[in-house]
Design a protein around this ligand. Structure first.
Ligand code: ATP
Ligand code: MG
Length: 278
């Protein structure tokens, strides 16, 4: 019996407020894959994640998640939304934030509080966050908070993990730690990961596939197949150069929609053209 892919899109279009945001998405993601979802601001990355979660619906085409119609598979998806700001005075401890991962679940019965605490503690240990379990989340660093959100998303043992820009606001070292943590846990639990990022370079060592989005269109495949001038020029609808320097990849569009370089997590203001991005 063949295993259905984690995610399968068949000619999916998404129209929001009269604008086509995603068009003709047609790809599948194998179970257990680590996929880097890469693209400039406004390309449709968050919209794609919301589509997989069933929070928005395609205007045409079909989506299957874990062999089920989209929406039915929702409970088997862990999700870390884009950006999370917490007031320093917010009366929520780190372990309470992780526990929300269980409260959001539709079990139909309450989990006994002992096994609930045990599961929260196990996840806190797994992401290396036990030391600050009782701290208010508003006082924690971006990297510490990101660990908690990953723990929260993993609490119900999902088959798919969707992370929307978990590296934003993190320094290079914290970013690297988060990538390693997600990669380890994903292998351990055979979780399919969609990891949204502006810069693909930090993910090169761990991702099996790249899902490259530009102007609402997507191309999916290995980095070697996808990150090619011809492929990306077709995707962007304009000439794109790809530079490979010291094991790093730089994508340069002649009329970039994103007027800066996002390089190892550092954005440099660079309004001139041609302007590299990612
Ligand atoms: N509900 C909506 N109604 C109309 N347009 C929308 C809606 N949600 C998103 N959009 C538009 O869809 C496009 C893609 O947005 P999306 O947030 O998916 O981009 P993104 O790739 O996640 O960008 P970023 O890197 O800034 O997070 C944008 O032009 C945005 O303005
Ligand atoms: Mg986004």
């Amino acid at each position: 019996m063949s295993v259905e892919p984690a995610i399968a899109m068949d000619q999916v279009d998404v129209v929001l407020s009269g604008h086509t945001i995603l068009r003709a998405l047609d790809f599948s993601i194998a179970r257990g894959a680590f996929v880097g979802v890469i693209g400039p601001n406004g390309a449709g990355k968050t919209t794609l994640i919301r589509l997989i979660l069933g929070l928005i619906h395609p205007s045409s085409g079909t989506i299957r998640v874990l062999g089920m119609p989209v929406g039915k598979g929702r409970r088997r998806i862990g999700y870390v939304p884009q950006s999370f700001a917490a007031d320093p005075d917010l009366p929520l401890r780190a372990k309470d934030l992780v526990g929300l991962g269980l409260d959001g679940e539709r079990w139909g019965f309450a989990l006994p509080s002992r096994s609930r605490q045990q599961r929260i503690q196990e996840m806190l240990d797994r992401v290396g966050a036990s030391a600050y379990a009782n701290e208010p989340v508003g006082t924690l660093s971006g990297g510490e908070r990101q660990r908690l959100l990953i723990a929260q998303a993993l609490l119900t043992n999902p088959d798919i993990l969707l992370l929307d820009e978990p590296l934003s606001n993190l320094d290079i070292r914290s970013g690297r730690e988060i990538i390693e943590l997600v990669d380890e846990i994903a292998r351990e639990r055979q979780v399919t990961v969609l990891f949204v990022a502006h810069d693909m370079n930090p993910l090169l060592a761990v991702m099996n596939e790249v899902l490259y989005l530009a102007q609402g269109r997507a191309v999916v495949g290995s980095v070697d197949d996808v990150v090619q001038p011809e492929v990306l020029s077709r995707l962007y609808g304009q000439p794109v150069d790809v530079l490979r320097v010291h094991g790093r990849i730089l994508v340069i569009a002649s009329d970039s929609v994103v007027p800066f370089t996002h390089f190892e997590g550092v954005a440099h203001g660079q309004p001139s053209s041609p302007s590299p991005h990612l």
